[in-house]
Design a protein. Structure first.
Length: 322
């Protein structure tokens, strides 16, 4: 599946900003991305610091662009646009300071269409990677919130988890949006979504606020014209294992066959994806932002260069979908 996504972007010279240009994992990924003609990496940071790391690790950054926010020549235009976008919410002094930061500067490059997408978060926290995008890029038309998903791959198994990275305790209505956005992501990854609303309860077997929330989310979804199956609330074993599904939720067509999983809150989602990745042998890509008006994605600070490479392939592909 990644090979297919790779082929779609190869040779297209898509310009992707990397906010942490002086990180060794970003540089190693960038070297491979250029060699495989997947994108033109735009590395942000102080050029001496970038060179110091590439020299230390022996990376060849030919084919990458480098921009230092501190010496960027067009920053008058960028500053004016940022003040306009954050009218009444930002002082001039603060704007000047934020534009020296790679996360805000890189997001503005995307906003100004001087780059096609952005990948950050190798050292920035998720909040610091995502906040500039929420403030400056905003939701894509038709979306009320931005959420995130992880694509998890092991052999032929391809799973999508949402939201493991942005919305801390989503309401039933926000979970509806997260479900629709995550199902769309599954489609964009080339699979037909079969969606399970997860809980510690299956079809009313336990009670609690988070159980009620997932039930309310399902009721709202059932009133909508959906082009994918969704069911819940159900436990993870019931969602993925046909034998357990027969025992716990025999009437559900989703149970036992789900490939898209909606978690009740970020604690469950974030812990869940890390268990799948660290103990379950899945390769994790994300957090991939959904409902945002530009291809901007986050990384885990624990990422490897291979994960950066894979996330870059997905980010480059999103330039066709958004
Ligand atoms: C995403 C997050 C950073 C936003 O919170 P915040 O930084 O406090 O931002 P604010 O609430 O001040 O909102 C900033 C802007 O983003 C918008 N915003 C916040 N959450 C949003 C969402 N989910 N979707 C769309 N817009 C959102 C706000 O409306 C606000 O817009 P405005 O400034 O133009 O009025 C916060 O929800 C968060 O920290 N989430 C968890 C991230 C995390 O640590 N994940 C774990 C590792 S993956
Ligand atoms: C996605 C995620 O959990 O990010 P981090 O590991 O950087 O907190």
């Amino acid at each position: 599946m990644l090979d297919e996504l790779k082929q779609k972007v190869q040779g297209k010279k898509i310009r992707l900003v990397f906010t942490e240009g002086n990180d060794y994992r970003i540089q190693e990924a960038a070297q491979h991305l250029v060699a495989d003609d997947i994108c033109v990496p735009v590395l942000l940071g102080n050029k001496d610091e970038i060179a110091k790391v590439s020299k230390e690790y022996g990376f060849d950054l030919t084919g990458c662009e480098q921009i230092d926010p501190a010496t960027y020549s067009d920053n008058g235009e960028m500053f004016n646009l940022m003040m306009e976008l954050r009218k009444g919410k930002l002082t001039e002094e603060k704007a000047h300071k934020l534009l020296l930061q790679a996360n805000y500067f890189g997001t503005m490059l995307v906003k100004m269409k001087k780059a096609d997408g952005l990948l950050g978060g190798a050292t920035y926290s998720t909040a610091d990677t995502v906040r500039p995008a929420l403030q400056l890029i905003k939701c894509a038309p038709g979306n009320k919130i931005v959420s995130s998903c992880f694509l998890l791959i092991k052999g032929d198994s391809q799973l999508v988890f949402g939201d493991c990275g942005i919305n801390i305790n989503p309401s039933a209505s926000q979970l509806v949006d997260i479900t629709l956005q995550t199902a769309r992501s599954t489609k964009n990854f080339g699979k037909d979504p079969v969606v399970a609303l997860l809980s510690f309860s299956t079809n009313g077997s336990a009670k609690g606020d988070d159980v009620t929330k997932m039930q309310e989310c399902l009721a709202k979804l059932k009133e909508m014209p959906l082009d994918f199956p969704v069911d819940g609330e159900m436990q993870f074993d019931c969602a993925v294992d046909p034998d357990v599904a027969k025992k716990k939720f025999p009437e559900s067509k989703v149970a036992g066959h789900a490939n898209t999983f909606i978690f009740p809150n970020i604690s469950a989602g974030n812990i869940g994806y890390k268990i799948a990745a660290r103990l379950g042998g899945y390769t994790a890509m994300g957090p991939l932002l959904q409902g945002l008006n530009a291809p901007i994605n986050d990384l885990s600070r624990g990422c490897t260069w291979e994960e950066v490479y894979n996330n870059a392939i997905i980010t480059a592909n999103e330039t066709f979908n958004i």
